[in-house]
Design a protein around this ligand. Structure first.
Ligand code: NDP
Ligand code: 8X3
Length: 253
């Protein structure tokens, strides 16, 4: 990327978003950084050494999101890369015991906010015939697991939305990519287990997960392909994670 690029990163206060901000800042690109924890955004911006515009908002607030997009400063208006990364999983219980508020939060964040922001940014990209939308999906989009219920379904939406965007954007020069990682060590599991550090640590016990930097490198590579190359989707996992056979419930004999 170059100093002329404007990169809009949602979920920049932690994990992948923060790692991507650090990676893209090295090119001197202008960064729009969104997340609820304002003090983290301010600290990050101080460390980056590139032009930044901070959006300390809840991405689920549609009116606010529309307002901040409308009011982007002149130098930050022409977004060249939108990284739709803000998202979360909440809970790992079976569907019949899940908290419906958790389900609503995941749908509002991972689906509704992501599609809203994309819709707000696309007209400018299409008009300029230049832009890239990179959406953070997951292996959970393709491979079901117990307790994945709504989280996995939101990520399946993200993957399919990305592919459908590709179809709509034919001929516009706007690129779309779905990134689908497996287990990565970020704050993701702490959020999922609502601050239960032991439960979060247990997810990664005895294995080497991917790191936020691994994901930032992957996203950076996708973003830096020549304009005629579109990476549709990338699925990646730790070497220590793989597949299992179907589960079967057997009656006692
Ligand atoms: P983290 O919990 O480390 O970071 C999540 C980011 O999302 C934070 O910056 C958080 O900011 C932001 N966010 C969450 N809710 C909101 C909201 N309502 N408004 C604004 N920002 C919000 O997780 P990761 O970096 O691991 O996750 C990033 C993305 O990657 C997510 O979409 C996740 O589903 C996906 N993913 C994660 C994997 C993993 O194993 N870690 C694997 C595959 C995909 P703040 O709280 O300050 O608002
Ligand atoms: C996060 C990875 O395996 O917890 O998307 O679903 S997983």
């Amino acid at each position: 990327m170059t100093k002329d690029d404007v990169i809009f990163i949602t979920g920049a206060t932690a994990g992948f978003g923060e790692a991507c901000a650090r990676k893209f800042a090295k090119d001197g690109a202008k960064l729009i950084l969104l997340g609820r924890r304002k003090e983290r955004l301010e600290k990050l911006a101080m460390e980056l050494g590139c032009p930044t515009h901070l959006l300390p908002i809840d991405i689920r607030d549609r009116a606010k999101l529309e307002q901040v997009v409308r009011e982007l400063p002149k130098d930050f208006k022409n977004v060249t890369l939108l990284l739709n990364n803000a998202g979360l999983g909440l809970g790992m219980g079976p569907a019949h015991q899940a908290n419906i508020d958790d389900w609503e939060t995941m749908i509002a964040t991972n689906i509704t906010a992501l599609t809203t922001l994309t819709r707000l940014m696309l007209p400018g990209m299409v008009e300029r015939k230049h832009g890239h939308v990179i959406n953070m999906s997951s292996t959970a989009a393709s491979y079901p697991y117990p307790g994945g219920n709504v989280y996995g379904a939101t990520k399946a939406f993200v993957t399919q939305f990305s592919l459908n965007l590709r179809a709509d954007l034919l001929g516009t020069g706007v690129r779309v990519t779905s990134i689908e990682p497996g287990m990565c060590l970020t704050e993701f599991s702490e959020v999922r287990f609502k601050g239960d550090k032991k439960a979060a640590d247990d997810v990664y016990r005895g294995m080497k997960p991917l790191s936020a930097q691994d994901i930032a490198e992957t996203i950076y590579w996708c973003a830096n392909q020549p304009a005629h190359v579109n990476i549709n989707r990338i699925e990646l996992m730790p070497t220590a994670q793989t597949f299992a056979f179907f589960a079967v419930h057997r009656k006692e004999s």
